[in-house]
Ligand binder design. Structure first.
Ligand SMILES: O=c1ccn([C@@H]2O[C@H](COP(=O)(O)OP(=O)(O)O[C@H]3O[C@H](CO)[C@@H](O)[C@H](O)[C@H]3O)[C@@H](O)[C@H]2O)c(=O)[nH]1
Ligand SMILES: [Mn+2]
Length: 543
């Protein structure tokens, strides 16, 4: 049985086992002042809305229109303020203590296996050297390597990405021992070498020699990869039968290609993690469902090849684990709550592939059914990576990543929360992984537009958080968090910001006037000016 990593609750700090110390602590952040301030602002907003509402009928003509618009905008701001207060209301922080983990286990071999998924879509937009760095950093994690497998999904079926990975496979044999021996912090070579320099006096000569060797090998690796990318071709000696599969490829029309780049056949503790290249079948008339489609293929391929109980996903440019969920297949186990899996229902759900069904059944019955040869596993992986495999199954609807939105992570988390799963936002210090964000204006705009569209798709569709809160297990505050429609906020903001200009041009007003009428206002202004003049004179006389 897998060891229990979960924290257990007891008061503010949740301890798993007193004598061993917790692996993870949940600590309440003190938000009393922040909450009091947020509430104060909210009360001010409400009183303002109340005032505007009660005086609305006093205003006539254009003023009435302007006041109604202002009232609508302010009501929107108040609603958005409630949503943003909801997110910050009871903040908690998770502290992790990975070094305590081993104390709770008899040996490292009790640690569960992890399948790591890296997705890349376009070798020209996402440079292969970046994907290589992500893979190298994953392969150098502090975890028994025979428990790990790294699957790289390449949507572009690019020989350049495959070439880069085969080249990196040589480097990884040097990089992983180097990182472990010297306790390297950031394990993506391009960041590591840009941050450390051989001029540091505190380095020993042995370290310096190794550092220089690693750096020159990395420089050579990146030179070869970048040269291949610039010339858009793989060097001649590498054009062997391994690359034959890539030669018949036309954009978006090719069979599935699965290649084992690094293999730890005996799963020995001294070896490296598996590295498996996966490019799913693509046909022009067949929808591929973007990253969600790629993730479902990776889930099936990993299920027939290594079937680890935990999967982890990182983007090709992010050296930071986003979310770790237990494999989706596992959730099916709890959902059925029975060991008597109905074969016909399983085929309807997961599609017909004997080996995949056996691996799912293995999870249902808590039995390991790993009897296939490695060659057969690769063959089966080609079948489950086919684009027709999902036809008439539940993939993309009830099984795996859902195909309704371009932000598959959002809809997946919504679906998991609605099914009663919990998640933890974990930000260890120092950060476990680092990532890259879009660096140019247009790229950032595109990303924000995609996220905004994804959020709106999720809110109005069949998976709407409101529906899930009523009919499923989504909690009310989770529902409010998903309803945080930042994408629509510019509408009231723009409207509100043009109200002053309209008021000036039309001699109307959209803010309450000070002391009601002009005369009393000007009297007060006059009195204020007289006072200032009086005090200024006294000040001058005194000096
Ligand atoms: O059809 C596609 C499109 C993208 N990707 C990969 O998905 C990842 C994320 O795509 P990107 O275009 O870089 O989106 P970002 O906005 O940078 O990523 C964030 O938002 C995405 C959802 O929109 C999530 O999938 C990511 O995990 C999250 O980091 C990258 O590795 C891509 O290579 C695919 O595999 N197939
Ligand atoms: Mn990205």
């Amino acid at each position: 049985m897998a060891p229990n990593f979960s924290y257990q609750s007891s008061g503010n700090i949740h301890r798993a086992e007193e004598e061993d110390g917790a692996v993870q602590e949940r600590i309440k952040v003190n938000t009393t002042y922040l909450n009091a301030f947020s509430l104060f602002l909210f009360v001010l907003l409400l009183s303002f809305i109340f005032y505007r509402f009660s005086t609305l009928s006093v205003h006539k003509g254009l003023n009435h229109v302007i006041w109604t618009l202002a009232l609508a905008c302010e009501t929107c701001f108040a609603c958005l303020w409630i949503l943003s207060m909801n997110i910050r209301w009871r903040m908690v922080e998770y502290r992790t203590y990975p070094n305590r983990l081993l104390k709770r286990l008899k040996s490292e071999s009790e640690l569960p296996a992890v399948d790591m998924f890296v997705t890349t879509a376009d070798a020209l937009k996402e440079p292969p050297i970046l994907t290589v760095n992500t893979v190298l950093s994953l392969l150098a994690v502090d975890y028994p390597l025979n428990k790990l497998a790294c699957y790289v999904s390449d949507e572009g079926a690019s020989p350049l990405t495959f070439y880069a990975l085969t080249e990196a496979a040589e480097y990884v044999r040097l990089w992983v021992p180097f990182c472990k021996k010297h306790g390297v912090g950031v394990r993506a070579p391009f960041i590591y070498f840009s941050e450390t320099s051989h001029n540091c006096d505190s380095f020993t000569s042995e370290f310096l020699t190794e550092w220089k060797k690693m750096k020159s090998e990395y420089d050579e690796l990146s030179r070869r990869i970048n040269e291949a990318v610039t010339s858009k071709s793989v060097p001649y000696p590498n054009m062997n039968e391994e690359f034959a599969a890539f030669s018949r490829i036309e954009g978006g029309d090719h069979p599935s290609i699965i290649k084992v780049i690094v293999e730890n056949r005996e799963r020995s503790s001294g070896g490296l993690a598996h590295v498996i290249y996966v490019s799913r079948e693509k046909r022009p008339k067949h929808p591929h469902h973007y990253k969600a489609g790629a993730m479902n293929v990776l889930t099936r391929v990993s299920a027939v090849m290594t079937n680890a109980p935990i999967i982890m996903n990182v983007d090709c440019d992010i050296f930071k684990p986003l979310t770790t969920y237990e494999e989706l297949n596992n959730s099916q186990k709890y959902k059925h709550g029975s060991n008597e899996a109905n074969m016909e229902e399983l085929i309807n759900r997961f599609g017909y592939c004997e080996e995949l069904l056996r691996s799912i059944l293995g999870i249902h019955l808590d039995k390991a059914g790993d009897t296939l040869s490695f060659e057969r596993k690769v063959e089966v992986a080609h079948i489950v990576a086919g684009c027709k495999y999902e036809n008439n199954t539940y993939w993309g609807h009830q099984v795996g990543w859902v195909y309704v939105s371009c932000t598959e992570d959002l809809i997946l988390s919504l679906k998991l929360f609605a099914a009663g799963w919990r998640s933890v936002y974990c930000t260890p210090k120092p950060p476990a992984f680092l990532g890259c964000a879009p660096c140019s204006g247009p790229e950032t705009l595109l990303q924000q537009r995609r996220w905004a569209a994804g959020l709106l798709e999720v809110v109005v569709g069949r998976h709407s958080p409101l529906l899930s809160a009523i009919t499923k297990m989504l909690k009310i505050r989770q529902c409010l968090a998903f309803l945080n429609l930042w994408a629509l906020r510019p509408i009231p903001e723009i409207c509100y910001s043009i109200l002053p200009a309209i008021s000036l041009l039309t001699n109307a007003h959209f803010l309450p006037k000070w002391l009601g009428n002009r005369r009393s206002q000007s009297n007060v202004t006059m009195k204020f000016l007289e006072d200032i003049t009086y005090y200024a004179k006294r000040f001058r006389d005194n000096i």
